[in-house]
Design a protein around this ligand. Structure first.
Ligand SMILES: Cc1cc2nc3c(=O)[nH]c(=O)nc-3n(C[C@H](O)[C@H](O)[C@H](O)COP(=O)(O)OP(=O)(O)OC[C@H]3O[C@@H](n4cnc5c(N)ncnc54)[C@H](O)[C@@H]3O)c2cc1C
Ligand code: SF4
Length: 475
């Protein structure tokens, strides 16, 4: 270990821009075994590991790096999976620059971080390849059951942890495939779908029941789900796209980001998608304008590049240093030919029935706002126009009105529309109903959803045990 003094930081090689922008496959090649060992040996084995502190799952990073450096891969895998339900997913898509790697001590001292994410991915991909990843085998079936609404990372992590304890687990989801945003939001070039599908198959093989195309609220009310199970977890994510209220918003070919990304992901999975097949949601040959500066906007611009758009422009009202998205993803997008028009905000959509141009204002940056980022202010008289055949709005997400959708007006929500929980017990104001993931936090990260799902499982088990005890005493 401690080889960071002699060994340079190396990430797995990125495929060339030309090659990768012509397909939807992941852009990084895999580490070869020797490189993973070598890079792991750069770790300085800190007594107080800041990488671990800044990982939402408190992954035991220094120990699995040491095991990898020593070639003890199966032990590295066992340790890595003990705190994370999908390490190969986090290794691929966590914004490591803001989490573990950004806080690595050797990064802080100017030697370049240990490439933790790539090694985490390598360990678990190796485990899958070698057949070390096995379905859950429980010691004793328990009678009590948990109904989980939503099969995103929060719902799946909670389901796995509850099943390991022996409970009966059913996941309900309104989509036709499990995975939530892992399957229909995040594009293939960041996370190939087989990675998600093999995880859901593993959960099914471990005895978790998945009911797809089932929308709570439409197919059954929350109370009906409560009657069927001893406890319920709401893990429905946030899906209401933020709108942009400017003249011309009614013109055709202006779409919310999720509609564009879901269509592309469904095509990648081999589905028929009418609006894509008739060309409406296909960026091919079009001047595409994406509005927004977060990670979803980056996924949209990079998807448009891969669909062979004529041009792809990203409008963002602040500058590069004030962008909310990961700098790694902005760099990838720039390499792939996306043009960023910083400090611009759309003023008007122009066209005759269909969008044809976007009129934009130039912006300057004023004082920092509540988020700590500088507030954009319009520069009077600075308008100019940009050609556009397809506009994608990516301004963030808010929660849907869950109490109304679930026919459960009594369910308490916060002023932002997220579900209110007791932060210790993760229980909502309804007895035996818990909530986790984006629907509690607002739009966040996969790694936080997994953390919340695991914490919810701990709390639900406590609740179910106390209920079982009450019932025994009453009997
Ligand atoms: C385009 C995009 C890219 C992203 N990229 C990244 C990234 O690179 N890295 C990262 O860490 N995070 C990323 N995120 C964020 C991350 O995907 C989310 O934080 C995470 O998926 C939240 O998990 P969740 O389980 O709370 O919800 P979700 O993943 O949203 O899953 C919720 C599930 O609930 C189901 N559901 C909703 N309502 C109902 C209902 N009424 N009945 C039944 N089922 C219902 C939905 O169908 C869905 O399957 C991205 C998000 C988006 C939109
Ligand atoms: S889960 Fe994410 S933050 Fe934690 S070690 Fe892995 S890549 Fe880093």
């Amino acid at each position: 270990m401690l080889k960071f003094v002699k060994l340079q930081k190396e990430s797995p090689p990125k495929r060339s821009t030309l090659e990768r922008s012509q397909d939807f496959q992941e852009i990084y090649s895999e580490f070869i075994n020797e490189k993973a060992k070598e890079q792991s040996s750069r770790c300085s084995q800190c007594g107080v590991p800041f990488c671990q502190i800044h990982c939402p799952l408190s992954n035991n990073i220094p120990d699995w790096l040491k095991l990898t450096a020593e070639g003890r891969m199966q032990e590295a895998y066992e340790l890595s999976q003990s705190t994370n339900n999908m390490p190969e997913v986090c290794g691929r898509i966590c914004p490591q620059d803001r989490l573990c790697e950004g806080n690595c001590v050797i990064e802080q001292s100017g030697h370049g971080t240990v490439t933790i994410g790539s090694i985490e991915k390598y360990i678990t991909d190796t485990a899958w390849e070698k057949g070390w990843v096995k379905p859950i085998k429980i010691k004793k079936e328990l009678k009590q059951s948990v109904g989980i609404i939503g099969s995103g990372p929060a719902g799946m992590a909670c389901a796995e942890e509850m099943r390991k304890k022996g409970y009966q687990v059913t996941i309900y989801d309104r989509y036709d495939r499990p995975g939530g945003l892992l399957i229909y939001g995040i594009p293939n070039f960041k996370l190939e779908k087989f990675v998600v599908e093999r995880r859901t198959k593993l959960l099914k093989d471990g005895g978790i029941k998945f009911i797809q195309n089932f929308e709570v609220g439409r197919d059954k009310s929350l109370n009906e789900i409560r009657e069927k199970h001893d406890a319920v977890l709401i893990a429905t994510g946030v899906y209401k796209a933020r709108e942009i209220e400017i003249p011309g918003s009614e013109l055709k070919n202006i779409f919310p980001a999720m509609e564009f990304l879901t269509a592309s992901n469904k095509k990648g999975l081999g589905d028929r998608v009418e609006l894509f097949d008739d060309g409406t949601l296909n960026a091919e040959g079009k001047n595409v304008v994406v509005i927004g500066g977060g990670d979803t906007a980056m996924d949209c611009v990079r998807t448009a590049v891969r669909q062979n758009a004529k041009s792809v422009k990203c409008l963002y009202r602040r500058d590069r240093s004030n962008m909310p998205g990961s700098s790694r993803e902005v760099k990838n997008a720039e390499e792939e030919g996306v043009e960023f028009i910083w400090l611009t905000s759309p003023k008007k959509f122009i066209g005759d029935k269909k969008i044809n141009k976007v009129e934009v204002d130039k912006m300057t940056l004023g004082e920092p706002d509540l988020s700590g980022r500088k507030k954009p202010v319009i520069k009077p008289g600075s308008e100019f126009t940009i050609s556009a055949d397809l506009v994608i709005k990516s301004l963030g997400f808010d929660p849907e009105n869950i109490p109304k959708l679930f026919n459960a007006e009594e369910l308490a929500i916060s002023k932002w529309g997220t579900i209110k929980i007791n932060l210790d017990s993760m229980e909502t104001n309804l007895d035996g109903v818990f909530a986790a993931g984006d629907i509690v936090r607002g739009a966040s990260l996969v790694v936080w959803a997994i953390r919340d799902g695991r914490d919810a499982a701990t709390q639900i088990e406590k609740y179910l045990k106390s209920k079982a005890k009450e019932n025994t005493i009453a009997a």
